[in-house]
Ligand binder design. Sequence first.
Ligand code: HAM
Length: 430
Amino acid sequence: MSQKIQSVKGMNDLLPVEQKDFKLTAAFWQAFENTVQKWAARYGYRQIRTPIVEQTGLFVRSIGEETDVVGKEMYTFADSNDRLSLSLRPEGTASCLRAVVEHGLTHEAPQKLWYMGPMFRRERPQKGRYRQFHQVGVEALGFEPAQIDAEIIAMCADLWRELGISEFLQLEINSLGNREERAAHRAALVDYLRRHEAALDEDSRRRMDTNPLRVLDTKNPDLQAIADNAPRLADYLGEESRRYYREFKDLLDGLGIAYRENHRLVRGLDYYNHTVFEWGTDKLGAQATVCGGGRYDGLMAELGGKDTPSIGFAMGVERLLLLVREHGCLNADAAPAVFVMQQGEGAVLQAMKYAAALREADWDVLQFSGSAKLQKQFKHADKSGARFALIVAEQELENQEVTIKDLRGTHGQTTVPAAKMIEQFKLWSE
Ligand code: HAM
């Protein structure tokens, strides 16, 4: 026998059944996708689908060369003619904006868009962190703060409510101000870090020049005091930025949405300004951030479009669904409604016709394949999770009847004329 080929590390199969180390099933996922589609429509968002491969330059220019995502984690390869560097998308915002600029979507009116799909980052895999993971993302393009910022947060909160996980998610917010304010803070921060250079670890020393804000994010306990006493971006915000931020918080208060201000929340991608936020949980171990986003008012112009004030967020589907599976609610019943079984000459064809009639009436039907004893077919019916069994054996064939058995409820078993089959199913499902 040849050796088996394994899946790529950090990339999961979604099966009809749970796996030992990956509990999400395709049916659960599908139920989530249905919920998301309705949720996005309720807020007036329309779907956009972009390719999973883009020119590497798109991500370098938008996410930033110095970020971990672009600097270390992208799957990049040369196209066969060797002239173009391509990358698997590590996130969805850059692709979404590239498409919007390319097709002039915001020329006529602002756009509210959403997307769902696989993203790729070459991170160290562990529970909740994968190399192929999925995001649901939402982007509101062409909207000024702060109303849309609050609406976007309320939209998240609404989905958490629907999925039954509100109490397990905490919202953290911050304001990164505008470009000038960030530059002034950055200069002060670099100056401060330089004065403490001897005490920094290697990672922080490297980041000091490339991405000093990330030093404040350090997990190293020895550096907490340095991080705590560093110049705070909040102290560099001008009047306008403070007003935006105040307005945003007032709206959240008015909507009754709880949040914690985290002055160190900086996000891992470079395109943000003003409002940034993350939803985290303490139920998923180290991979605690389920959803993150913020404003990126300069990004559209950076990618060749017109200046377009914008905000968006993305949630990690795997993380979110692991949380929902453990603590929330999502109805993912993938069992057929009716299991059709047959026995005797001519029964297969007749049973196929009954199954077709049921399907036409919008019932999910699974028909037994083959001619095993009814007893064995009942075992399959049980395992399928079907609510009802439809039995077509010699007697039924002869009398043009069907036998219906309620496999899960209290109706028992009955035999009715075939013409009354659907009526009987309806009666028993009320
Ligand atoms: P992000 O924070 O990089 O933001 O990713 C959003 C979410 O994707 C994270 O909060 C996390 O739940 C999930 N995620 C990220 N990496 C992984 C991974 N390796 N495995 C599993 N889940 C992961 C963005 O991507 C921005 N594009 C969000 C945004 C949209 N900002 C504005 N618009």
